[in-house]
Design a protein around this ligand. Structure first.
Ligand code: KG4
Ligand code: ZN
Length: 385
């Protein structure tokens, strides 16, 4: 079959991204314009500002992705765009632009679920390495700033190709996503935004056993309640640990140092690790390391429990938090002990990007699964059933 070039567009949160992927397995370009500097002063993503920045960035980002792939508007075979989930206004920029492009170029348009995109980030890179065999079912943990979801994936019956998968949601957070906890704790400690990467690096300098966090307990009546078909559902919860960190900061009179640190870092948009370390005492580093250990323990423990429960043979760990070094090391070690194969995307493909959107669109292209011209962005678009 001839090569298929798909232009992917992603604008669900605070990254304006475009990429060209050839036949679902060769990344020809991958351009990501981060809005980090816009949101950093607020310690989190401001939805209105995100939409404005997407509007500014989308045309040059798409142009660059085409140029780097040595493609043109005319030469690509299809356009893929993130339909949701994400910020409504941000999604709308990508969807409207992709629709206009597809209409004017008379090219097929493919709507992609952002979460399926994260799963395809793993598949794209594995296919690129020549690995096309994954023992099913695959259990995928999508862990990011907006999600902490577990999906059981299987190959679609009568699929036109081996990468048409079905998904069943078998676990999710009851409150905050894990990445959200990282970002909120970093904001609380005056460490800037986004919190994940800096906490990841600082944690190596603290004692992770110094502060004891009680593992998240959800005592609600539906904890591990059977899902509609009688199977258990895995609950995550990360809002409790964020409150526990806040309480620790208050009880240990750390508030003033956190505010001072935040003030100093506000004047330094790209601080080095040394800059931040110089502003952190031992107590703060121990707290950061203990927080990370508690989150990683929870993610690894519950995912492995789910793998056993659902007889999964393969693990995919993906989404922004999958970039975390401790999470990767722990999964590799513990999944290996249990005879499970575990796959991660490379770090650049763990966080939001459009290559994963173009890759997820390829099986849909082969199946002729194109978007209705009337389709719209969906902020809470679910994946699977
Ligand atoms: O997938 P992503 O780019 O966007 C969403 O779909 O949410 O994930 C962003 C999230 C942020 O919460 C960020 O703090 C977190 O991923 N993150 C990390 C790391 N790098 C990014 N969390 C922990 N460790 C990291 N190294
Ligand atoms: Zn994401």
């Amino acid at each position: 079959m001839a090569d298929v070039f798909i232009l992917g567009i992603e604008s669900s949160c605070d990254e304006t991204a475009a990429a060209v992927v050839r036949s679902g397995e060769h990344m020809e370009s991958n351009v990501v314009l981060s809005q980090f500097a816009t949101h950093q002063p607020y310690g989190g993503v401001v939805p209105e500002l995100a939409s404005r920045e997407h509007l500014r960035g989308i045309v040059p980002v798409v142009r660059r992705a085409l140029e780097e792939a040595r493609q043109s508007y005319k030469s690509i075979d299809a356009i893929a765009v993130t339909q949701g989930p994400g910020l409504a206004g941000a999604l709308l920029v990508g969807v409207t632009y992709a629709k206009a492009l597809a209409f004017s170029l008379e090219k097929p348009l493919i709507a992609v679920n952002h979460l399926e995109g994260h799963i395809h980030a793993v598949l794209l890179e594995e296919r690129q390495r020549g690995n096309r065999d994954f023992p099913f079912p695959v259990l995928a943990l999508v862990v990011s700033g907006g999600h902490t979801h577990l999906y059981l994936a299987n190959q679609k019956a009568h699929a036109t190709n081996s990468f048409s998968w079905t998904y069943k949601n078998v676990g999710r957070t009851r409150d905050d996503a894990a990445g959200e906890a990282y970002d909120k704790v970093a904001k609380l400690l005056g460490l800037g935004y986004p919190g994940g990467p800096i906490i990841d690096r600082l944690a190596k300098h603290g004692n992770s056993k110094a502060v004891k966090f009680i593992p998240a307990q959800i005592k609600g009546k539906d904890r591990n309640a059977p899902a509609h078909d009688g199977e258990a559902f895995i609950d995550f919860s990360f809002s409790g640990i964020k409150t526990a960190v806040l309480r620790y900061v208050e009880l240990n009179d750390m508030k003033k140092t956190c505010e001072d640190r935040q003030g100093k870092l506000a004047h330094n948009p790209k601080p080095s690790l040394e800059d931040v370390l110089a502003l952190c005492d031992k107590k703060t580093l121990d707290l950061v390391a203990s927080f990370q250990r508690a989150v990683v323990d929870d993610l690894v423990g519950k995912t492995l429990k789910a793998a056993e429960q659902f007889n999964a043979s393969t693990l995919f760990i993906t989404g922004g938090v999958a970039a975390n070094s401790e999470l990767r090391a722990r999964f590799e070690q513990q999944a290996g002990q249990e005879g499970l194969r575990v796959y991660f995307p490379s770090r650049p493909l763990s966080t939001d990007n459009a290559a994963m959107i173009a890759a997820a669109a390829y099986p849909k292209f082969l199946a002729g699964d194109f978007a209705d011209p009337e389709f719209s962005a969906e902020a809470s678009l679910p994946l699977g059933r």
